[in-house]
Design a protein around this ligand. Structure first.
Ligand SMILES: [Fe+2]
Length: 237
């Protein structure tokens, strides 16, 4: 009987050891998977940073609800396509044909939404100084005649986006637009210098249907320092 009991104890110890190792392995795997997930970036300013130009209400909803939804949905898509784990958001949205068809449109729309909004928060600042200095200001003046003409053309293109989409200032100083949450980088273009979200969720609470008023107000919060930094970086490559 002693031998049988000893054998039983040994078997129990082995089983316990196996279970403990499985728990450790599961924890490790879960932790590793989570690190591949995307997260909502913090804003570099408060929700009330833009005062009369963009309300606290809009900023809070736009960031904590709309952008969070894009993040959540692209993460859910990645759970269904674990072979894509570890890729950056740029890699995901510029190689959409590599994504399984079942999650491709989710990655396009929600991955694009995450990428675009992550940029958009950086394109604004409560310390806007109205116009670009450095190399970008003179370059825009040279291309468009003067700064007002640039703003007029950008504004007209942003106003002309049918439905939801974005207007972009590109490193070659062209102005382009994309529908929905598409980004210029999806078509092989370099990252934009500046972009304006013209989805209604970005302005309707403050400006109702008056997109033109929102665009006019937005110039007051543009982060030209960020655009200049991007322009210099693009030209140094
Ligand atoms: Fe948005």
């Amino acid at each position: 009987m002693d031998v049988i009991n000893k054998m039983k104890n040994i078997m129990e110890l082995i089983l316990l050891n196996v279970i403990m190792n499985l728990i450790i392995l599961t924890k490790h795997t879960t932790k590793k998977r989570i690190t591949f997930m995307f997260t909502l970036p913090d804003l570099p300013y408060g929700y009330d940073a833009f005062g009369k130009y963009i309300s606290k209400n809009i900023m809070e909803l736009h960031h904590s609800k709309h952008h969070q939804t894009y993040v959540d949905n692209v993460n859910k898509a990645l759970e269904k396509a674990p072979e894509l784990a570890g890729k950056s958001i740029e890699e995901l949205i510029t190689n959409l044909d590599e994504a399984p068809e079942s999650v491709r449109s989710i990655i396009r729309n929600h991955g694009g939404g995450h990428y675009n909004h992550s940029l958009f928060w950086q394109f604004m600042t409560p310390d806007g100084h109205g116009q670009p200095n450095g190399n970008l200001g003179p370059a825009l003046n040279e291309k468009y005649g003067d700064f007002q003409s640039f703003m007029d053309e950008f504004g007209a293109k942003a106003l002309g986006v049918f439905g939801s989409g974005w207007a972009w200032l590109m490193p070659d100083l062209s102005i382009t637009t994309t529908p929905n949450q598409d980004s210029p980088i999806m078509e092989g273009s370099p990252p934009p210098l500046l972009g304006l979200d013209v989805w209604e969720h970005a302005y309707y609470l403050d400006y109702t249907y008056k997109r033109a008023d929102y665009i006019k107000a937005w110039w007051n919060v543009v982060n030209w320092t960020e655009a200049e930094k991007r322009f210099d970086a693009a030209n140094s490559q």
